[in-house]
Design a protein around this ligand. Structure first.
Ligand code: NAD
Ligand code: UDP
Length: 318
């Protein structure tokens, strides 16, 4: 296949590019670098099956040549208002990437007769009242809270994708990605994993927002990419949760990272996050197991062990 990947210079987009190339496909990467990093793709320069187009997906997209698949991953993704990469600090760009970007990438897929895969998110469930979250849950989202620019853009993106499927018969897929981590996340991205690993390596206190009793379920990037690749090849048009169902409190998670790196410091920062930090999050992955035969295989400790060297190297380069 010849595959367009938007957000290709980001964390997930760059891993996805590597996986598709490893499977023998051709990749056209697209990114405007708003939160991404050209270094994530530097190793692909000169690759005979790889091309890159610097472009903002909020504007009309033209890709010469044939395309068999379009994978729309372009969007700021970190909720942290303390980070310049946080979508709260890029609110209009985030809404445009999710709304106009989804419209434009669906248009490209239509024009090329290509299949389409949308990177959606567990955030469409908001601060969920149902636990764990399966795909039938409609969510609990504040339409004008701090996170709404991201959550509502992704909800719109899902609705638009399904409209193209139902009305135009476009061959679409929707993956609802739960918290995923690994090498190539930006060190200043502000999400829990880069923050905690960086802080532990520097021997500074890990910043726990709130009391640390909120939960997340963290998935290592290789597991996620495997699930997404299987979804791309499947005929499943309904949304599919992909994530690791092993749930941990943020306090336990910080303590695990501290113990692995040999740091002991923690600090509680109650006022740092705006309202709307989801209190519990865990994917129900029954659908992914059933239709894709997928489940994660990499434990939290193993995934963190694979991730630490990347951040150690970034810190020595800084
Ligand atoms: P990231 O910030 O590392 O990557 C996003 C990429 O999109 C960046 O390279 C950025 O420059 C690019 N981008 C943003 N707006 C753009 C635009 N208008 N035009 C072109 N490029 C643009 O984040 P990530 O974690 O790799 O997330 C990738 C996708 O996966 C996002 O759509 C995100 O919503 C989704 N997602 C990620 C997670 C996760 O845990 N990592 C969870 C749920 C959903
Ligand atoms: N978090 C934290 N300290 C940090 C970064 C994040 O306590 O330095 C918490 C955050 O409040 C949330 C959880 O960790 O409850 C996961 O945050 P992240 O930004 O990784 O993603 P989210 O799941 O909120 O989208």
């Amino acid at each position: 296949m010849r595959v367009l990947i938007t957000g290709a210079a980001g964390f997930l987009g760059s891993h996805l590019s590597d996986r598709l190339l490893a499977e023998g496909h051709e990749v056209v990467g697209m990114d405007n670098f708003i939160t991404g990093n050209p270094q994530n793709l530097a190793h692909l320069a000169g690759h005979e099956r790889y091309a890159f187009i610097r472009h903002d997906v909020s504007n009309f997209i033209f890709v010469p040549g044939k395309l068999d698949a379009v994978m729309h991953f372009a969007s700021p993704a970190s909720p942290n208002p303390n980070s310049p990469y946080g979508y709260v600090n890029l609110p209009i760009q985030t809404m445009k990437a999710g709304a106009l970007g989804t419209h434009n990438t669906l248009g490209v897929a239509m024009a090329h007769g290509a299949r389409f895969l949308l990177a959606s998110t567990s955030e469409i469930y908001g601060d969920p009242l149902v636990h764990p979250q399966d795909e039938s849950y409609w969510g609990h989202v504040d339409p004008n809270g701090e996170r709404s620019v991201y959550d509502e853009a992704k909800r719109f993106a899902e609705a638009l994708t399904l409209a193209y499927h139902r009305f135009h018969g476009l061959d679409t897929r929707v993956v609802r990605i739960f918290n995923t981590y690994g090498p190539r996340m930006h060190i200043n991205d502000g999400r829990a994993v880069p923050n905690f690993i960086k802080q532990a390596l520097e021997g500074t206190p890990l910043t726990i927002y709130g009391d640390g009793q909120q939960t997340r379920s963290f998935c290592y990037v290789d597991d996620l990419i495997e699930g997404i690749y299987r979804l791309l090849l499947s005929d499943e048009h309904r949304p599919v949760n992909i994530g690791n169902p092993v749930e941990t409190t943020i306090l336990e998670f910080a303590q695990t990272i501290n113990a692995m790196i040999g740091n002991k410091k923690l600090i509680f920062e109650p006022e740092k996050r705006g309202a709307g930090d989801p209190q519990r999050r865990r994917p129900d992955i029954a659908r992914a197991k059933e239709v894709l035969g997928w489940e994660p295989t990499i434990s939290l400790e193993e995934g963190i062990r694979k991730t630490i060297p990347y951040f150690r190297e970034k810190l020595t380069q800084a």
